[in-house]
Ligand binder design. Structure first.
Ligand code: GDP
Ligand code: MG
Length: 178
């Protein structure tokens, strides 16, 4: 016989955070999973992954969100990091154009190591740094459209759109699978 527990369907989606060093990947995860922010975070705060429950259409989904331990500084994120990923947040810092220019390289790496169909959202983080903006919203939107990605701008500092960014990916994966 089956217990009530066994009858509930289980969804576990692996989602990876990628993008240049210091764009705010670890803080986006800290804000989303624990509602915390680290003003002077070092790359060492990264945990391997964090599992977060998200409800979509009344179904409980577990998002297993992977963060780097800072190895992106050495351009050496391993294939194990990407293995089995069904979603990705591709993050840049709107106040550092260089991090936006790296997006193409991250996209190549993602597609080398994971399925072409991995649901990806382009995330322009640090919108609170209004006066230091170097990448226009329209540029982010245009790149996302050209590459077939979702797009959002966030701030891990003031929390804006952080939940929406993760939920967009999870909802789309769920829609594809169901
Ligand atoms: P990672 O290397 O991509 O994981 O970046 P971190 O999450 O470690 O963040 C790098 C630095 O940017 C830290 O000093 C954070 O406090 C800061 N940071 C992260 N997100 C934001 C944000 O949304 N706004 C601002 N102003 N700073 C941020
Ligand atoms: Mg980090």
């Amino acid at each position: 016989f089956r217990t009530e527990d066994e009858q509930t369907e289980d969804y576990l989606f692996k989602i990876v955070l990628i993008g240049d060093s210091a764009v705010g990947k670890s803080n986006l995860l800290a804000r989303f999973a624990r509602d915390e922010f680290y003003p002077n975070s070092k790359s060492t705060i990264g945990v391997e992954f964090q599992t977060q429950k998200i409800e979509i259409n009344g179904k409980e989904i577990k998002a297993q969100i992977w963060d780097t331990a800072g190895q992106e500084r050495f351009r050496a994120v391993t294939s194990a990091y990407y293995r089995g990923a069904v979603g990705a947040l591709l993050v840049y810092d709107i106040s550092r154009r260089q991090t936006f220019e790296s997006i193409g390289r991250w996209l190549n790496e993602l597609h080398t190591h994971s399925d072409m169909n991995v649901v990806t959202i382009l995330v322009g983080n640090k919108t609170d740094l209004r006066d230091a903006r170097e990448v226009r919203v329209s540029e982010g939107k245009a790149l996302a459209e050209a590459q077939g990605l979702f797009f959002i701008e966030t701030s891990a500092l003031d929390s804006s759109n952080v939940g929406v960014a993760f939920q967009t990916v999870v909802r789309e994966i769920f829609n594809i699978l169901s």
